[in-house]
Design a protein around this ligand. Sequence first.
Ligand SMILES: Nc1ncnc2c1ncn2[C@@H]1O[C@H](COP(=O)(O)OP(=O)(O)OP(=O)(O)O)[C@@H](O)[C@H]1O
Ligand SMILES: [Mg+2]
Length: 268
Amino acid sequence: MTHQADAYRIKAEPYYQAQGREVALFEAAYRNRLPVMVKGPTGCGKSRFVEYMAWKLGKPLITVACNEDMTASDLVGRYLLEGGGTRWLDGPLTTAARIGAICYLDEIVEARQDTTVVIHPLTDHRRVLPLDKKGELIEAHPDFQLVISYNPGYQSLMKDLKQSTKQRFAAFDFDYPEATLEATILATEAGVAPELAARLVQLGQTARNLKGHGLDEGISTRLMVYAAKLIRDGVDPADACRMALVRPITDDADIRATLDHAIDAIFA
Ligand SMILES: Nc1ncnc2c1ncn2[C@@H]1O[C@H](COP(=O)(O)OP(=O)(O)OP(=O)(O)O)[C@@H](O)[C@H]1O
Ligand SMILES: [Mg+2]
């Protein structure tokens, strides 16, 4: 079991730039083993935060990318045919509950509701996971914690969590970092000069102002790190920005033109 836990342990400290009091608040949630939900747009640091917290708390981390085809068995486990017989294989949620890991279900709203309800008994006072097919009831390890993330921007009425699911979690609202913090992140992650990082942030903010005016979602910190890395590698800044910041996010000719102009102005 310890061996299995070691496989999921985060070896080196992940770089995480705090945006506020979230580190201390997460620690308080963990001390009380409260399930945690992290909401925010794509590429704003949710996964990095969870990795950092797992490292800081010294707990193994098991991440599951959720999707609409996912079934409860994908989380909990299933019997496999082997030789003449069958063998039970734990799913990632079961493994996390057994070894005392932090289980991070990424983009939980993508999963169907009948899948989502399997987390219910684990996320209230019971802290158990019934393996119906196996006829086993697992009591979660004392260190186990469930963390889920989702992007409220993609949320539709069809794809929202039920209140009975939502109301099992303490929640964090994440957003793109404030300008100076975001510049620090770019400089640290990509190794670019602060002055260049500041220009990229300025460009990112221009694009974020277009959200709702033709853009569904602003430019993420993740894409800005991509642009910074390309520039650091010697790519012309305007090319890097078009390739990493503009082309991925929109096919709309007008918005591309607006952003291309902003790039020329900022890197002229
Ligand atoms: N606060 C931060 N500290 C350090 N790096 C950050 C931070 N925020 C964003 N980043 C950078 O942005 C990248 C994307 O962040 P992350 O993968 O955590 O996004 P996410 O919110 O989980 O997005 P998604 O919803 O698409 O999974 C990271 O790889 C990292 O380079
Ligand atoms: Mg993520």
